[in-house]
Design a binder for this molecule. Structure first.
Ligand code: ITT
Ligand code: NA
Length: 201
């Protein structure tokens, strides 16, 4: 059994592979479909962008596809970078540049606070999933979230994106210090996936 995930982000692919392996499903991504179009993500919400990706890629491939639009909302930045998380520092998908910019912004905002503590701001990851079937034109949509803190004590080499600077209170570690299993249990993507399975059953 195969499931096509409409993403080019290998960090997401790794997590979907792990989740669907447990159900005996193999995951294909857009790396296996290089002819698939680049979807313009001009929606104003995660959900709208996930729907655009699922619909345009599903119609193009004429296959049911799952799309993920996700990002990081930081309280002290009025929920930025949000839907712009992948290109916060300007260049799409440059994790190192995005992380550097996020810490710079927060350290600037926190300047003058007489605290030395590394936890700079509450934040949350959000994930919108849309499963779209071109044969019926129907879609199933879910969302998941996880709350944590942006930390200047960055750590870990796992995960992707903003994981090294996202401190997870439940584990007292950053998201990048968790293995795939641990991340899935608490993450925005894990929660959205569990809700998707519930809706499909
Ligand atoms: P696709 O559109 O091809 O799926 P993308 O990386 O452009 O890939 P998004 O537009 O959804 O996907 O942007 C998601 C960004 O949000 C991603 O690049 C990370 O910077 C951040 N992000 C999302 N989920 C994350 C996670 O689990 N851990 C760390 N950062 C995450
Ligand atoms: Na996006």
């Amino acid at each position: 059994d195969i499931i096509v995930v409409a993403t080019r982000n290998m960090g997401k692919v790794r997590e979907f592979r792990h989740a669907f392996a447990a159900l005996g499903k193999e995951v294909l991504s857009l790396h296996e479909y290089p002819e698939a179009p680049e979807v313009v993500e001009d929606g104003s919400t995660f959900r709208e962008n996930a729907f655009k990706k699922a619909k345009q890629i599903g119609d193009f491939l004429n296959l049911p596809v799952l799309a993920d639009d996700s990002g990081l909302c930081v309280e002290l930045l009025d929920d930025a970078p949000g839907i712009y998380s992948a290109r916060y520092a300007g260049e799409h998908g440059n994790d190192a540049a995005n992380n550097a910019k996020l810490l710079e912004e927060l350290i600037r905002i926190r300047q003058g606070d007489d605290t030395e503590q590394p936890l700079l701001s509450p934040a949350r990851f959000v994930c919108a999933l849309v499963l779209y079937d071109p044969a019926s034109g129907r879609s199933v949509e879910t969302e998941g979230e996880v709350a944590g803190w942006i930390t200047s004590d960055t750590a870990g080499a796992g995960g992707f994106g903003y994981d090294p600077l996202f401190y997870v209170p439940q584990y007292k570690r950053t998201m990048a210090e968790l293995n795939v299993e641990e991340k899935q249990r608490i993450s925005h993507r894990g929660e959205a996936l569990r809700r998707l399975m519930e809706k499909l059953n």
